[in-house]
Structures are given as structure tokens and as C-alpha cells.
Ligand binder design. Structure first.
Ligand SMILES: [Zn+2]
Length: 56
């Protein structure tokens, strides 16, 4: 499942492909921004950064 997430640092959208087995694992995953290098959580309960999902 490819997700599109928005970096909280630079605000750019990018794709990520978290390899998770359960949807709840998504809250533990972090992503490093390919543009500014900032690491951020892909998903938190308070503020979802997932913009959308891209299917093959
Ligand atoms: Zn960024």
C-alpha cells in the first residue's frame, strides 16, 4: 500500500510505502522527508499527515 504523506517541515507531498501487517502499526512508523531530511511520524492520532493513497 503506497501512501502519500505531507512533510510537516517543508509541506511537500511524497509517497511512502510502509511495510506493515496491521493498520495500527502505522502509528509507529516514521518517514524521512526526501526533500528536507526531516523525520516525522506518518500518522498520529491527533494529526494525520496522510494525504491520500496510491494504488498500483
Ligand atoms: Zn520535508
Amino acid at each position: 500500500m503506497v501512501l502519500i504523506v505531507k512533510c510537516p517541515g517543508c509541506g511537500k507531498n511524497q509517497k511512502t510505502n510502509p511495510r506493515i501487517t496491521r493498520p495500527s502499526d502505522l502509528t509507529k512508523k516514521t518517514k524521512r522527508c526526501v526533500y528536507c531530511g526531516r523525520s516525522f511520524k506518518i500518522h498520529s492520532n491527533n494529526n494525520s499527515r496522510i494525504v491520500g493513497s496510491a494504488k498500483k
